[in-house]
Write a protein that binds this ligand. Structure first.
Ligand SMILES: Cc1cc2nc3c(=O)[nH]c(=O)nc-3n(C[C@H](O)[C@H](O)[C@H](O)COP(=O)(O)OP(=O)(O)OC[C@H]3O[C@@H](n4cnc5c(N)ncnc54)[C@H](O)[C@@H]3O)c2cc1C
Ligand code: SF4
Length: 488
């Protein structure tokens, strides 16, 4: 155990972000240097608050089953090498989760019953960043070669996790990506200010060194068919994400200036990295309305702020959550409470319980505003509140309303894969689809989710693939395909 009196001596403290007035003028991460560096002066005290509980509920809060009390203790004792090892025993990419995870572990922390919980996510990123900076994290070369080949389609966190696990197990793994560079949503969805691409590229270098092959710019199902894949590889893993975007088919949707978030963010990410983007959608000087209150919406907000929007309003159909846990979502569940992302503390307004009834346009066919109505939830649906209609101006509208499943054209159709009732690719307990030897992991099988779940899916799927190729597997399986978050 770290310090038995640590939680009595130290209050919870988190990494301090750069001043808003400074950070909205650049694209770098919101912490000075790296989050790990920003945390160094406080991280030992924070790790010492861990009580090393008899039943560490944080383990079950974390989909990866991260060994949290163990690495808290090691950080407290400044044994960084052992902390890096214990962290990587369950998580291939802690520098991603330490920056981007909503930390369901912290809402399950036992200390959280009576005090603010341990800053688990901060400790995680501090270990990962220090591990990289001090060259403790190194390639792990496979000890033998199985002569089995695997194609992984999609290079988001699920595809990268399954590929790293299988490469280290001695299989020859090629990761195919239709974008011009690997990383999935972490490359062209998530903005630099949340995670700089150099963090992703550093991990990709490690994977290449270990032997994973990357083939970018290949749209599998079109450039290579499913039949060709089957011929070339012993197993195929689909990690193609959930890419069908939810739309808002109300009058005026056809007006110019209304875009899907995933049309806007990839362009902004490229421009932030210095690429010239022709006809870039930009928020500069505009009143921007973002429809959707989740991570994607917050990323649009931070991006529009940095592009110099005149105003930004984020609309959410659900009512504003409470600041404290609602009674029906007790500890250790992950509660729906009011949270403030870094982008939301910088600029803009958030409006709740509102539905868009119509987009209005100017005489040139461009969007000029939105007609809204307040809604109340009853009888299983949102109903308009009479007399609550309002209008807000907007010259740019971004739809950030989520995704409804993986793309069907191409691979899913060519393999003839079964879908589950929610439209995701169906799989058995080994993450194998209805086609033997074809596996699925990440958002394509689970539905739109989180990076931590994608990594957990990739790790578990690797065990299924390894068993298929060799008859048995010792690889870990942190989750079953049906596991869901600790929700009330
Ligand atoms: C804007 C945005 C912000 C987010 N922010 C967060 C966050 O802060 N924290 C968090 O935990 N989660 C966040 N998420 C969710 C998270 O990014 C996803 O849950 C996660 O990336 C899913 O991983 P994946 O590997 O299953 O799929 P993806 O990351 O979607 O990767 C799938 C990849 O497959 C490729 N692909 C698809 N079809 C083919 C094909 N036929 N041939 C070749 N390649 C193909 C795609 O181009 C893509 O690169 C965010 C999502 C979005 C959209
Ligand atoms: S991956 Fe997420 S849930 Fe797991 S320990 Fe890290 S922050 Fe917590």
């Amino acid at each position: 155990m770290a310090d038995p009196r640590g939680f009595l001596k130290h209050d919870r403290k988190v990494a301090v972000r750069r001043p808003i007035s400074e950070r909205i003028h650049d694209w770098q991460e919101v912490y000075p240097g790296t989050p790990g560096k920003a945390l160094l002066p406080i991280i030992q005290d924070q790790a010492s608050r861990c009580m090393d509980c008899g039943i560490p509920f944080c383990h079950s809060g974390c989909p990866l089953g991260n060994l949290i009390p163990e690495w808290n203790d090691l950080v407290y004792r400044e044994d960084w090498q052992a902390a890096v090892d214990r962290l990587h025993a369950t998580n291939n990419f802690p520098e991603f989760t330490g920056r981007l995870c909503p930390a369901p572990c912290e809402t399950a922390c036992v200390l959280g019953i009576s005090q603010p919980p341990v800053t688990i996510k901060n400790v995680e990123v501090a270990i990962a960043d220090r591990g990289w900076e001090n060259r403790i994290i190194k390639p792990q070369m496979p000890e033998w070669h199985s002569n089995k080949t695997v194609a992984v389609i999609g290079s988001g966190p699920a595809g990268l996790a399954v590929a790293q696990q299988l490469t280290r197990e001695g299989h020859t793994v090629a990761v195919y990506e239709r974008d011009d560079a690997p990383g999935g949503l972490m490359r062209y969805g998530i903005p630099e200010f949340k995670m700089e691409k150099k963090v992703l590229d550093r991990r990709l270098r490690q994977m290449r060194h270990e032997g994973t092959i990357f083939r970018s710019g290949v749209n599998v199902g079109f450039d290579i068919t499913a039949a060709e894949l089957r011929e070339r590889y012993d197993a195929v893993v689909l990690a193609i994400g959930s890419t069908i975007r939810r739309d808002l088919p109300v009058p005026g949707r056809e007006l110019r200036g209304i875009h899907q978030a995933m049309e806007y963010l990839p362009q902004a990410n490229r421009a932030a990295l210095g690429e010239a983007v022709e006809f870039q959608i930009t928020a500069e000087g505009k009143d921007v309305v973002i429809i959707g209150g989740g991570d994607t919406g917050a990323d649009c907000l931070g991006t529009a702020t940095r592009q110099g929007a005149r105003s930004v309003t984020q609309l959410e159909i659900m009512p504003r959550p409470t600041e404290e846990r609602p009674d029906n979502q007790p500890w250790p569940t992950y509660p729906a409470i009011f949270r403030v992302a870094s982008a939301q503390e910088e600029f803009g307004d958030r409006l709740y319980a509102l539905s868009t009834t119509r987009f209005t346009g100017d005489t040139h066919g461009r969007v000029a505003g939105l007609d809204l109505v307040e809604v109340a939830f009853s009888d299983g649906k949102f109903n308009p509140v009479e007399g609550s209609e309002k209008h807000i101006p907007a010259q740019l509208v971004l739809l950030a309303m989520g995704f409804t499943g993986p793309q069907r054209e191409g691979l899913v159709e060519q393999f003839g894969l079964e879908l589950d009732p929610r439209g995701n690719i169906a799989r058995n307990g080994d993450f194998e689809t209805s086609e033997p030897g074809v596996f699925v992991c990440g958002d394509a099988g689970r539905g739109q989710s989180l990076i931590v779940w994608a990594i957990a899916e990739g790790r578990s799927c690797a065990a299924g693939v390894d068993k298929y190729l060799t008859g048995e597997s010792k690889l870990p399986r942190p989750i079953e395909p049906t596991d869901r978050p600790l929700m009330a």
